[in-house]
Design a binder for this molecule. Structure first.
Ligand code: MSP
Length: 510
């Protein structure tokens, strides 16, 4: 048992939470839940990024002060995460006093160490990225990511000597081959460093919505420069409640691929400049894309739907919380781009949840009630299913440990498939009551018990419900994985309940 510190990017509050944000947050949540199940002392951080031009513009457009606007939108992120069963341990807002304190301490350390200097900055700025581009890196004067016009900016700024960290970063990458995963993204970051680093401007005088620079009052820190520090704010950097030695540098940042440069180049260099080790791991994921399909009658706007128009709650209302969590975790390999579609959710729901898991639980609880007087029999040590179960336990654990929710769930569903096949081979529903049917049902109940433990990081509420239906007290996560995930713990004698269908089928043309 160890410690596990995992973070999501902190989300901009210029807009409401959407499915793309939910994708990152659900993955981080499942990983945090997995580590809690292992018995690791776990800290899961998410939050909102509230400074910068983009947020100030959004507030103005809505006739509110930036603080009023950020209060309102940040609350919407919390509501979305509550609705998705997100078990964050801390929710940080960059407008909180604790963050100001940590940012100012962290950046003063970089200043004191001689890595900041003042100069005039001229560049093309994209407000959506909150980032600068050169003429060469723009496309006809437009942002290569958002396609919007870039604004020419010129101001006196403080600069960070990023160029001074080229060699140290390359060395760090060499010594920590798993710093960035998957490898393709690691190579992308590495090539970027190899290509040569330019110093970056880290303060602004043109806006006031930011954390003030303690040694030069006209300036506020550039939003990215304050935002990255949130990962340290949450563990008390530079404050009385300092727990940095406890949680750092062994920590995991889960991020989307568009913010690799900030997390895999700037951030480790900033840590080095402040005299800290960089975070030990950045796990990059791809984008969920909408491939032109109609999402649903209610979701489809005129002329198609953008992912950023879909509120997570629209999906959870339609499909349920755990099915959406399952879909987000199961359908896309973490690291690759994925296709997001209504058809995709419906198909996963009907196949994996209704036909496989739901059907297994329904069959077993029904037969235990009709042939075993509703009392679950014990499993058998020499069961045919045992090998499959042990393989699923090993493979599922290995995949979660390697930040691979998709293969973890695939391995768990392997056991569901094997148990359904086992039931079909033995057809206990055709047997007379007695020892034979009891043996088969005890084995199937044990397989279900294991499945609820293995799938609990993805579908916590459904797994708890199944656990209850098979007569077990408490929850599948009450005991550590090592203690509970082994064959033969279903002791028998429990009252088994045949409840309503867990996943009523959805018509695929919905
Ligand atoms: N505020 C910065 C991050 C600062 S972290 C110190 C930011 N915020 S954001 O609101 O734009 O959120 C970006 C993150 O949301 C992405 O990195 C990604 O994790 C997630 N996603 C946004 N759209 C997404 C998809 N279409 N698909 C998957 N994830 C997406 O950048």
């Amino acid at each position: 048992m160890g410690r596990f510190y995992i973070t999501t990017p902190i989300y901009y509050v210029n807009d409401a939470p959407h499915v793309g944000h939910a994708y990152t947050t659900v993955n981080a949540d499942a990983l945090a839940r997995w580590h809690r199940l292992l018995g690791d002392e776990t800290k899961f951080l998410t939050g909102t990024d509230e400074h910068g031009q983009k947020v100030a513009d959004a507030a103005e457009k809505n006739g509110l002060t930036p603080q009023e606007w950020t209060d309102r939108t940040s609350a919407r992120f919390r509501e979305a995460w509550d609705a998705l069963g997100i078990s964050y341990d801390d929710f940080i807002r960059t407008t909180e006093p604790r963050h100001y304190e940590s940012v100012q301490k962290f950046l003063s350390a970089i200043h004191d160490n001689g890595y900041l200097y003042k100069d005039v900055y001229k560049g093309l700025y994209c407000v959506s990225c909150e980032d600068y581009f050169t003429v060469e890196s723009s496309i006809d004067g437009k942002c290569p990511i958002h396609g919007r016009e870039l604004t020419e900016m010129e101001e006196e700024n403080w600069f960070f000597k990023l160029s001074a960290f080229e060699d140290r970063l390359l060395e760090y990458y060499g010594e920590h081959p798993e710093f960035v995963t998957p490898e393709t993204k690691r190579n992308e970051a590495y090539s970027f460093i190899k290509g040569g680093l330019r110093d970056i401007s880290i303060t602004r005088t043109s806006i006031s919505w930011g954390v003030p620079v303690p040694w030069d009052e006209k300036h506020v820190f550039y939003v990215w420069y304050d935002a990255l520090v949130n990962y340290l704010t949450a563990i008390g950097y530079g404050r009385e409640d300092d727990e940095v030695d406890k949680w750092w540098p062994s920590s995991h940042h889960l991020i989307g691929k568009e913010i690799i440069r900030f997390h895999c180049v700037w951030w480790p260099a900033m840590c080095m400049a402040a005299g800290l080790e960089p975070a030990s791991h950045v796990q990059v994921h791809g984008w969920l894309l909408v491939g032109g399909q109609k999402l649903s009658k209610t979701m489809a706007a005129e002329g198609g739907v953008r992912l950023t128009d879909i509120a997570p709650v629209v999906l959870t209302n339609e499909f349920g919380v755990d099915p959406i969590r399952y879909y987000l975790l199961r359908d896309t390999v973490l690291g690759n781009d994925g296709e997001f579609s209504h058809e995709g959710i419906t198909s996963r729901y009907n196949t994996d949840l209704a036909n496989n898991l739901g059907n297994l639980v329904a069959r077993v609880t029904t037969v235990v009630n009709s042939k075993c007087a509703g009392i679950g029999p014990a499993s058998r040590a020499d069961s045919e299913l045992r090998g499959e179960a042990e393989k699923a336990i090993t493979d599922t654990a290995a995949a979660w440990n390697h930040f691979a929710p998709q293969s973890a769930l695939e391995a768990t569903w392997g056991l569901i498939g094997a148990t359904n096949a086992y039931l079909e081979r033995h057809a206990p529903w055709k047997m007379e009551s007695g020892a034979q049917v009891e043996g088969v049902m005890g084995d199937a109940l044990e397989a279900i018990r294991l499945v609820t433990i293995l799938a609990s990081p993805a579908m916590p509420a459904v797994c708890e419900e199944i656990w209850r239906r098979i007569g077990l007290g408490g929850s599948p996560t009450d005991q550590t994985f090592e203690r509970s995930a082994k064959w033969g713990e279903y002791s028998g004698g429990q009252r088994v309940e045949k409840g309503a269908p867990l996943f009523p089928r959805i018509k695929s043309d919905a």
